[in-house]
Design a protein around this ligand. Structure first.
Ligand code: COA
Length: 254
C-alpha cells in the first residue's frame, strides 16, 4: 500500500500519511506524492477542500532522516520544495487533523493550513537547531509572526516541543479533541466548507493570503538554500549519525 493515501469523497480530498512503522516520516517519494495530490486536488473542480492527516497516534516525524541523507533535495524542483510551494499557494481550503508527534515539517506545514484540529496527544516540535539545521517551510517568518519572538525562540532555538493546549493558546490549532475524534471532526468541517460557494471560498482565501505569498516563497527559497548547505555540514552529520546510532549527539566541538 502507498505511503500517502489519497481519497476523495463528497468534495473532500483526504491525504493520509500511511507509514506508521516509521512514524510517518516523509521520504522524497512521499513529498512527490503529496505535491501531486495537492496539484490534482487544485485542478479537480470536484474537490472543494483538502484534509491532511496521520492516524490517532502519529501525525509525522518529519523528514525521513536516512532518505534525506542519501537523497538530499537537489534544487527548486525537488519533491520537498514542490510540496512546500504547493502547500503555501494552495488556493482551496486546507485542513489538518493532527494527533501524536508532529516533528519538523510535520509542524511547519500546519502554518500553511487554514484550519487545524488536534488530538489532545498532539506534540508539536521544530528541532532544526538540535539537528544542526535551520527552519524550513517559511517557518522562520511564520512562527515568530504567530507566536511572537520569545515563544518562537523557545520553539525554534531551543527546539522545545509544545502540546496541543499550548498550540491552541497561540492560535496554531483551532480546537483540541480526543484523538479518536480529531479526524472525524476535520471531515465534518471539510464537508461544511465543501457545501459553500467555491468561488467565494477561493477568493476569500486569496485575499487573506495575497499580501504575504511572495514573501513566504522568498523566505522558503532562502531557508531552502541554507538548509541544503547545512545538511552537508558537520553539525547535521553528527545529529543524524547520532539519531541512526541511537545515541546523544556531541556538538561540543561544533
Ligand atoms: N526518519 C526516519 N526514521 C524515523 C524517523 C525519521 N524522522 N522518526 C522515526 N523513525 C523511525 C525510527 O528509526 C524507528 O525505526 P525502527 O523501528 O526501524 O528502528 C521507528 O521510526 C520508530 O521510531 P521511534 O523513535 O522508536 O518511535 P517513538 O515513538 O519512540 O518516537 C518520535 C517517535 C517521532 C518522537 C521519534 O521517532 C523522533 O523524534 N524521530 C525523529 C524526528 C526528527 O528529528 N525529525 C526531523 C527530521 S528533519
Amino acid at each position: 500500500m502507498s505511503d500517502i493515501l489519497v481519497h476523495t469523497e463528497a468534495g473532500v480530498c483526504t491525504l493520509t500519511f500511511n507509514r506508521p512503522d516509521k512514524k510517518n516520516s516523509i521520504t522524497a517519494a512521499m513529498y512527490g506524492a503529496l505535491a501531486d495530490g495537492l496539484q490534482a486536488a487544485q485542478d479537480d473542480a470536484a474537490v472543494r477542500c483538502v484534509v491532511i492527516q496521520g492516524n490517532e497516534t502519529i501525525f509525522s516525524a518529519g523528514n525521513d532522516i536516512a532518505d534525506f541523507l542519501n537523497n538530499p533535495p537537489a534544487g527548486a524542483d525537488s519533491p520537498v520544495f514542490r510540496f512546500l510551494r504547493g502547500i503555501a499557494q494552495f488556493p482551496k481550503p486546507l485542513i489538518a487533523a493532527v494527533c501524536g508527534p508532529a516533528v519538523g515539517v510535520g509542524t511547519t506545514m500546519l502554518f500553511h493550513c487554514d484550519l487545524v484540529y488536534a488530538g489532545d496527544n498532539a506534540a508539536f516540535s521544530m528541532p532544526f537547531v538540535n539537528l544542526g539545521l535551520c527552519p524550513e517551510a517559511a517557518s522562520s517568518l511564520l512562527v515568530p509572526q504567530m507566536l511572537g519572538h520569545h515563544r518562537a525562540a523557545e520553539a525554534l532555538l531551543l527546539g522545545e516541543p509544545f502540546m496541543a493546549e499550548a498550540a491552541l493558546e497561540v492560535g496554531l490549532v483551532n480546537r483540541v479533541l480526543p484523538p479518536m475524534e480529531a479526524a472525524g471532526y476535520a471531515q465534518t468541517v471539510a464537508r461544511k466548507l465543501a457545501a459553500k460557494p467555491m468561488s467565494a471560498l477561493v477568493e476569500t482565501k486569496r485575499l487573506m493570503k495575497k499580501n504575504q505569498t511572495q514573501q513566504v516563497l522568498a523566505v522558503m527559497a532562502e531557508e531552502g538554500a541554507s538548509f541544503g548547505r547545512m545538511l552537508g555540514e558537520p553539525a547535521a552529520k553528527e545529529a543524524f549519525g547520532a539519531f541512526m546510532e541511537r545515541r546523544k549527539p556531541d556538538f561540543s566541538k561544533l
